[in-house]
Design a protein around this ligand. Sequence first.
Ligand code: ADP
Length: 533
Amino acid sequence: MQDVPLSLTHVFERAERLWPHKEIVTATVGGGRERTTYGAWAERTRRLAGVFDDLGISSDGRVGTFAWNSARHLELYFAAPCSGRVLHTLNIRLFPEQLTYVANHAEDEVVFVDRSLMPLFWPRIDELTTVKYVVVMDDGADAEIPDDPRIRDYEELLAAASPVADLAIEDENQAAAMCYTSGTTGNPKGVVYSHRSMVLHAMATMLADTFGLCERDVVLPVVPQFHANAWGLAHAVAMTGATIIMPGPDLSPKAIATLIEEEHVTLAAGVPTIWMGMLPELDGRDVSSLRQILCGGSAVPRALSEAYREKTGKPILQAWGMTETSPLGSIANVTSALEDGSEDELAALRASVGQISPLVDARHVEAGTTEPLPWDGEAQGELQVRGAWIAAGYYDDERPCNTPDGWLMTGDVVTIDEHGYIRIVDRTKDVIKSGGEWISSVELENEIMAHPDVAEAAVIGLADQKWGERPVACVVAADGKELTAEDVRTFLDGRVAKFWIPERVELIDEVPKTSVGKFSKKDLRERFAAAEA
Ligand code: ADP
């Protein structure tokens, strides 16, 4: 067989040749929509590669982005790697100190910033020791553009640049992009993706038994382009020629629902908080175009998935992954052998994170051992994975990533059943040990969120003199609903083991979220442990 490098230049050229007529739509700051085609995008992407040369960016230099999802961001997604540079998507919601850390650690030479985000970005500029240029992408916001020699305008640069005709990557293992984990403890850790890993990962999202992404799809990645490569969707659309709808800065439920309805979106992807927020917005809307509602990044409550099934006829399709896994790891499609199960059994399957993706292996082990536990749905252990798009280590960082025998340590405690369905019991650091017994915070949250008057619930473990640790439930009542701690406890009675029922139920206005929209248990622990002290 021929030995052809798997590279994003192939994906780019395929899109350029086959889909010049297909659309890329971006929702803009003013509430409008900018429409372009893959044809125009490809031409601009080649020019953008020329811009990097004009700016003197090193041949393998890191190109930072600080941006919403947009057609321009998609130009950067290909121009950087296809010209040999490394795309580094900065998370716009990182704490300022972490932003400084990651930009310096990656040695970003240039950062492309949406104009609407300049007020957030620019105050850090003097701490970013390697950044020579800040290229402003005017998204129609009226944010001030500083008068500074480092500032450049995206469209002016593009207009002045020559398109690069020859985009070629010879070594498929060359770095294409990097992302940092959101770093709930310590500094964020960098993961570097290769051309090969990104191509294989994009292909995996197109398999019928994963996301099944295809040419006919209209894809809406609500998941930001800075969150684990927008889950591979931004590469897969170019490979398949699917229409892509970029949501821009307005991620409100109303804006997302309107995009789905008006653009006839078939596949939309986001973290659970996005879909929770959208639920009340669905009433009276026609979202029948939706074929796949993808959700992952944190546990998808069963009640949420079932609510979508009732309202749209389509359950949420749950996936599991990490920055370290590109991110597709597992996906909860129902297999033919199991599809005749009761509604209850099917709902339980959809509440799992499903089966491991093709080209990825999974095992679960007791901490510190390498002996796989049985796939019996009972044994609990740390999920470990390995495969062609799984990180082998962190970028310029000694912190542990793989076991000595070459498996990624995920920090997730799971069970795996005889059909290979993986259930996340907890993250290692969130699991609660009470009186010598384990309590799964994820499962307890699931049960609490099944209460019709509960909007959100996060469970944390706090130190307890008698039991070691006890669960504390932090609960947000649904809009306009009255809820007491006793209501929650009564509801749990009979649904979970007695010792799981939290003595302490805190009714709060909102669960604090991390930079990628997950429940921030760290913040809750600090808040309620402090309240106790
Ligand atoms: P961070 O670790 O900084 O939050 P990641 O986005 O890489 O950033 O998070 C990966 C983690 O998210 C996984 O290890 C797992 O704990 C959690 N996660 C992802 N998908 C799911 C899911 N479907 N159900 C439960 N947890 C999930």
